[in-house]
Design a binder for this molecule. Sequence first.
Ligand code: 13P
Length: 255
Amino acid sequence: MGRRPMIAGNWKMYKTSGQSAILIQNLDERVESMWDRVEVVVCPPFTSLKAASTVIELDRLQMGLGAQDVHWEPEGAFTGEVSVPMLKELRCDYCIVGHSERREMFGETNETVNKKTRALLAADIVPIVCCGETLAIREAEQTDAWVRDQVRAGLDGISPKDAARIVVAYEPIWAIGTGRTPTPEQANDVARGIRATIGAMFGPEAAMTARVLYGGSVKPENALMFMVEPDIDGALVGGAALDAVSFAEIVAASL
Ligand code: 13P
């Protein structure tokens, strides 16, 4: 369908800025030859964004840079928060929003996900909107409805043009950091539902163009089986993104 695969690394709360610069250089050596066929994105912690951005610019790396969260207001008395203009100045291309760890531990809601998504799009930073179900929701066979609701709420009010460039990451909560995964067919079923929701909200072109990633215990050994699924356009990788060799193997699997 012509969607360019994306492999994004969510580094979570790992890597100082010095370590981040080294990891990016090590990673680049291994993925450089694949640049034209797959989009590689790294999402280090806030404190590493400056170093990451500098390495990417000075070494002219074809690597996207993303943050892991953002506040929706451009500035203000919000202690500890970081704004969209701050990310823009560091040349962030992407920003993860609505990760389940933020929803579960830091009070992220569908409403704040939507505010962040809109603020990012207005500044031309592409949100990577995360969604996914708990084990209880999967066992109750409510996954599809749950995820569609999250997508509807997260993308509410954006334009069809913006919807076409959005990235949605489907990450079943029970698969994150556990070594457990859905079957590729199960993951693709949810990805197809996400695409259908985008289609219903914004039309067929947005549905064809928006990218849907799978995330949750993606490793070099299992990456390929998710990547070959028709509605899955790549991966959002946690643990395996912290090692240049394993991340590069996952990138290679997406070709
Ligand atoms: P793991 O790859 O460590 O399971 O983490 C997935 C994730 O949460 C990426 O955002």
